[in-house]
Design a protein around this ligand. Structure first.
Ligand SMILES: [Zn+2]
Length: 442
């Protein structure tokens, strides 16, 4: 963990914050950009709905009651058609090739003509802190970064009444963190287009875009844990990645249950097992220049972290114990609590990090038997708790998704030499089949 811890501000078992020197980090991926944050999505939707109402309920004074502010008439309107598929970054930030984003910005000129002096669109990333350094300070709460800018016009341009399309495309770099809505911070992306007419009017358009990340599954992970001073060893098989929705299997073999001495046998019996998945969020809340002194200078922030359990279960039976071999085998299905809206793994240089741990705990009780009568085992009263922890990657399902750079037409060698033959097909009469069915029912 880079960063120098300066002082503990608050600490707790599941939540803590620490003043941290963010200068020690790599240069922030998302440098602050002085543009006002977009209105929250809900109010955007409402604006859109009011807009629709105005169209459908013209002359009824219905929408005017709800929103007395009437937009001044603009010489043009803007809309967007996104042509690229949903934005998914495949694989980890270090190896992802990103996602192609393309579409058309539609300008509908309602006046006979309009001259655009300037027409551009920005792709912006907004990080919103839930725990700002200074409460109620918008600059501490929100940082906006320009990811890309399209300049649609090189010189003032006259557009005639009617529809005009401005195509755009961009290869979103795969190292960008995915859209994330955590309890410490949110990361959102949106497009902001603005056209300025020669008469000084601004025609604007905003749209939020959702970026997901899907780490490709790969092979199962096998891990071994030992529990000295006992001879117990756990071999754990875990899925390479897990998903917010749906279940997944895990398997474990606990071996080394038996210990033989000269005339006696001691063995461990698995009594109880439980597992849980912990979600760890971390975020370094930055301070704006005005409030930098609160955290000990510019470029510093406060590290917050929070842990919650997004799935847990106590497994009381269902494992197979083989004392001949000295093994206990457990297989179980797990699923995350979707009501808690589990967050996918994120690691962003701006200080936002979300990781997951699988914790497995087992209780084993010791039994003793004379070597001559191994079936007459009695509990000795000794018991141990075995605890294991594994890092587990929570990511979106990759589905049938194919990264843009892997999409290619079939090659000649992929096409079979001749079409398949149908020699095993037989003609049949549909009536005969019905008769057959009737006979079987009788
Ligand atoms: Zn501030």
């Amino acid at each position: 963990m880079p960063g120098r811890l300066l002082a503990f501000v608050r600490a707790g078992p599941s939540s803590s914050s620490t003043k941290i020197d963010i200068k020690a980090h790599d240069p922030p991926l998302l440098p602050p950009y002085s543009i006002h944050p977009p209105p929250p999505q809900r109010s955007q939707e409402r604006t859109k709905m009011d807009h629709l109402k105005r169209h459908t309920l013209t002359g009824r004074h219905y929408s005017e009651k709800k929103s007395p502010k009437i937009d001044p008439k603009r010489p043009a309107k803007m809309d967007m058609e996104v042509e690229s598929p949903p934005l998914v970054f495949y694989n980890q930030p270090q190896s992802s090739t990103g996602a192609l984003f393309s579409g058309q910005l539609k300008v509908q000129v309602t006046d006979p003509t309009v001259t655009f002096e300037m027409f551009e669109m920005r792709l912006l990333a907004t990080v919103t802190t839930k725990k700002p350094v200074s409460h109620n300070c918008p600059d501490c709460t929100t940082q906006t970064t320009e990811i890309y800018k399209w300049e649609f016009l090189k010189a003032p341009t006259l557009l005639k009444n009617g529809d005009h399309s401005f195509p755009f495309s961009y290869l979103l770099p795969g190292h960008l963190p995915a859209t994330t809505h955590g309890s410490l911070a949110s990361l959102d992306y949106h497009l902001a287009a603005v056209a300025t007419s020669s008469t000084g009017e601004n025609i604007t358009y905003q749209r939020s875009i959702n970026i997901k990340r899907a780490v490709m599954p790969g092979n199962d992970k096998h891990s071994i844990r030992v529990f000295p001073p006992t001879d117990l060893t756990a071999h754990v098989t875990l899925p390479p990645v897990i998903h917010p929705i749906g279940d997944f299997g895990m398997g474990m073999r606990l071996s080394g249950l038996n210990t033989k001495t000269k005339d006696a046998l001691t063995r461990w019996r698995l009594r109880k097992m439980s597992w849980r998945i912990e979600e760890n969020q971390k975020f370094v809340s930055p301070a704006c220049p005005k409030h930098a002194q609160k955290v000990g200078g510019e470029g510093k922030g406060v590290l917050h972290d929070e842990m919650r359990i997004i799935a847990h279960e106590e497994v009381k039976s269902g494992w197979k114990t083989d004392f001949e071999e000295g093994n206990a085998d457990v297989e179980f299905k797990a699923a995350l609590n979707t009501a808690l809206k589990p967050l996918c793994d994120v690691e962003s240089p701006n200080g936002l990090s979300i990781t997951h741990n699988l914790v497995i705990e087992m209780v084993v009780a010791e039994e003793w038997a004379p070597l001559k009568k191994p079936n007459q085992a009695t509990p000795t009263g000794a018991a141990r708790v075995l605890r294991m922890q594994f890092n587990i990657v929570l990511t979106e399902r990759s589905g049938l998704g194919v990264s843009w750079d892997e999409e290619q037409p079939p090659m000649y060698e992929d096409v079979p030499a001749s079409p398949p033959t149908y020699t095993q097909m037989e003609d049949f009469n549909i009536e005969e089949l019905d008769n057959e069915v009737d006979r079987l029912h009788l």
